[in-house]
Every structure is written in C-alpha cells, then in structure tokens.
Design a protein around this ligand. Structure first.
Ligand SMILES: Cc1cc2nc3c(=O)[nH]c(=O)nc-3n(C[C@H](O)[C@H](O)[C@H](O)COP(=O)(O)OP(=O)(O)OC[C@H]3O[C@@H](n4cnc5c(N)ncnc54)[C@H](O)[C@@H]3O)c2cc1C
Length: 346
C-alpha cells in the first residue's frame, strides 16, 4: 500500500527509524512528510505526489545522471563504487551475476502483492472505519482503515474461496523463496485454515554475503559493490530506504577517501545493519526483518519516570521503549556529528 507504518518515534521502532532517517537527511522521508495523507497513527503518502517529488529531486541534482536501462553486469564495468538496489524482483540476468559472485543460493525474497478490495464491493452498513488502536496519525485521522467483520461461516467461505481461486503460476527459475512477514494471502491460507487469524512464523535462509559496510565480500578488494534495499534482507519501504541511505553514505565517504563507521547498534539504523550483516551468523536461520525493538541491545525497564514518579508494572514495557528510543537518537546524533564535515548534507 502507501504506508510507511507508525510514525511514533517514542514507542514504535519503525517510528524511531523514521526519525533517525529524518535526522540523517533522508530524501525519502523528506518527500513522505511533504506528501502525507491521513492514516491513523501511520505515516502514509499520496503515491503520485511522493514519487514525483523523489524523482524531481534526483533529476534536478547536478551530480546525478539518470539512465533507464537494465544493468546486466557488475564486475565487467568501469564502475568501482557501486550500489545495487534492484529489489526482490532483480532481473534474471543480474540475479545470475549476483548469485555467481556470492556463491550462495538464496539472495532475494519475493514480496506478496497486497490484496486489493474494491471500495464499491464493501457494504458500509456492515463495515466501519477505524484505525488500529484508534490512533490519530500525523494526518489527523483516527479512522483511516475500513474494517470488515466476519462470522465463522463467512470466514470459512472466505478461506474456501482463497484456496480454490485461480493463482499466479511461477516460472521454473523463480523457486519462490517467500518472506514470512509478507506472504501472499493464499499461501498463508494453504498453511492452515486458522493461519490468517494468527499470522505465520517460519524461518527462511540468508545470503551471508555482505560486510558491515554493505559491500559484497566476494568482490573485495577489486571493487566496492554495495547492496541496498530489500535485496539485503530487510523488509518494507522504510527499512529498504534506510539501508539505501546508509549504502549511499558509505559509498560517498569511500569516494571522498574516508571511511564511515556503521551507526551504533543502539540505533535503529545500526540494529538493521547488524541484523543483515552479523546477526544471522551466530548459527540461527536468517529471517528478513522489519525493524523492531528486539533488534536493539536490551535495556532494563524503568521503575520510575524522569520526575521520580513510580511507573505501574504494566506500563514499564512501554516506558522501556521510550528509553531505548531516546538512547538511539542520542547515539545517532553522536554518529552524525563528525559527518557534517565529512560529507555534504544532500
Ligand atoms: C503490492 C505491494 C504493496 C506493498 N506495500 C507496502 C507498504 O504499504 N509498506 C511497506 O513498507 N512496504 C510495502 N511493500 C514492500 C515494498 O514495496 C518493498 O519492501 C520495497 O519496495 C523494496 O524497495 P527496494 O528499493 O529494495 O526495491 P524495489 O522497490 O523493488 O526497486 C528495485 C528497482 O530495481 C529495478 N531493477 C531490477 N533489476 C534491475 C536491473 N538488472 N537493472 C536495472 N534496474 C533493475 C526494478 O525494476 C525496480 O524498479 C509492498 C510491496 C508490494 C508488492
């Protein structure tokens, strides 16, 4: 859809990631803020305005040349400082190149297409508008989603229709490695009639190909081929753009003859890099991830607030999230500060 998910930096990890990206000068967040539409507690964008603003900024930048064509090679090119952000549907020719370079079989993940429900097919005498947790978002609307209730019989009929309906056939080479956080609805239904009510949980494999600078280890030291976006094993618009922002900053620092360290792992940006480059090497199976507080180093839940007032037990988890967010922004500022003299802001 058009959602960047929660914009609450104090209590939600993706909201924190938004705030870190804003502070790091993210073009994507800047354009999203300019073109937001009401979406409860989420940051959602007017797709047309948002994408036009991103394109216009890039086209107008004196150091950016836009060439619209398929890239089929990485090593046999004159480029030495590359960022590859070709997404979950990287073209076949380039996929082969990347797989040959990396020497491992599973690099990208197929993203599910969001089911589309036609508005005029919804009976609004039965459905109602309400946002999750009634949260009012930056656009000032606490009722941005349409809720369609189902009783048991209707749910069973819905599952039957999903299972029996026509489905897209995959080509042989696709060997579809689903990302379990964003499965096609019919695949979820195939995993069990109750799955859609509870959500699925199963591990997939990881590339294990990148260093902390997001560079393909196999291409070093001949050239720096960085990866960014969903191809690295993050999921969602925001995480994809966050890794793009970091890959861009790393590549820019390298072009200027300096080395930029990865952001501290106490930040949402650092936790994401950690997850895709280090986190999965400790023996566990790799799962592409949305940002979440579990990726950041843990903190003790506070027993009292800043004013010394005791926090009730059931509110301490929430208070801990706020502390982790404050620590993240503080550490991010320390990471950004020296860069002000290293790399121009835009
Ligand atoms: C229907 C749908 C709805 C979604 N809704 C949401 C949502 O609401 N919120 C959210 O957070 N996420 C959502 N997602 C997920 C989100 O779209 C992805 O996580 C994100 O777009 C990945 O960004 P990316 O830049 O890595 O890749 P992409 O956006 O896929 O961009 C990669 C680009 O590279 C191009 N490319 C591929 N191969 C080559 C080549 N060889 N040479 C040159 N160019 C090439 C592709 O054509 C593409 O334009 C949704 C996904 C789908 C499919």
């Amino acid at each position: 859809s058009n959602s960047f998910r929660s914009d609450d930096w104090q209590y939600n990890a993706v909201g924190l990631l938004h705030e870190e990206m804003r502070r790091a000068g993210s073009l994507i967040l800047m354009c999203a803020d300019k073109h937001q539409v009401p979406a409860g507690g989420a940051l959602a964008v007017d797709r047309e305005g948002f994408s036009e603003a991103v394109t216009a900024t890039l086209m107008a930048h004196p150091l950016v040349s836009v060439v619209r064509e398929e890239v089929t090679s990485l090593m046999d090119t004159p480029w030495t400082n590359i960022v590859c952000a070709t997404g979950p549907l990287t073209s076949e020719a380039l996929s082969k190149v990347v797989l040959e370079l990396g020497g491992e079989g599973h690099l990208s993940f197929f993203d599910a297409i969001a089911p589309i429900v036609h508005y005029d097919s919804i009976d609004m005498s039965k459905a109602w508008k309400q946002s999750r947790y009634d949260k009012e978002g930056p656009g000032g609307d606490a009722a941005a989603y349409i809720n369609c209730p189902m009783d048991r019989e209707q749910y069973e009929a819905f599952i039957d229709a999903l299972l029996n309906g026509p489905k897209a056939e995959f080509k042989d080479w696709e060997h579809v490695p689903y990302f379990d956080g964003c499965l096609p609805i019919e695949v979820m239904a195939e995993r069990g009639r109750e799955t859609l009510r509870y959500g699925p949980m199963k591990p997939v494999e990881s590339p294990k190909l990148l260093d902390r600078q997001l560079r393909l280890k196999a291409a070093m030291p001949v050239k720096s081929i960085r990866f960014a976006g969903q191809i690295t094993g993050v999921e969602g618009y925001v995480e994809s753009a966050a890794i793009g922002l970091l890959a861009g900053r790393f590549a820019a620092a390298e072009a200027k003859g300096t080395a930029l360290p990865a952001p501290p792992e106490t930040t949402a940006l650092g936790a994401l890099i950690n997850h895709i480059t280090v986190g999965h090497l400790d023996g566990g199976a790799f799962q592409p991830m949305n940002i979440n507080y579990g990726l950041l180093p843990p903190m003790e839940a506070p027993k009292a607030d800043e004013a010394g007032v005791k926090i009730p037990l059931k509110e301490r988890g929430r208070a801990k999230k706020r502390l982790m967010s404050l620590r993240a922004l503080n550490d991010l500022n320390s990471w950004l500060e020296p860069q002000k003299t290293m790399i121009p802001a835009e």
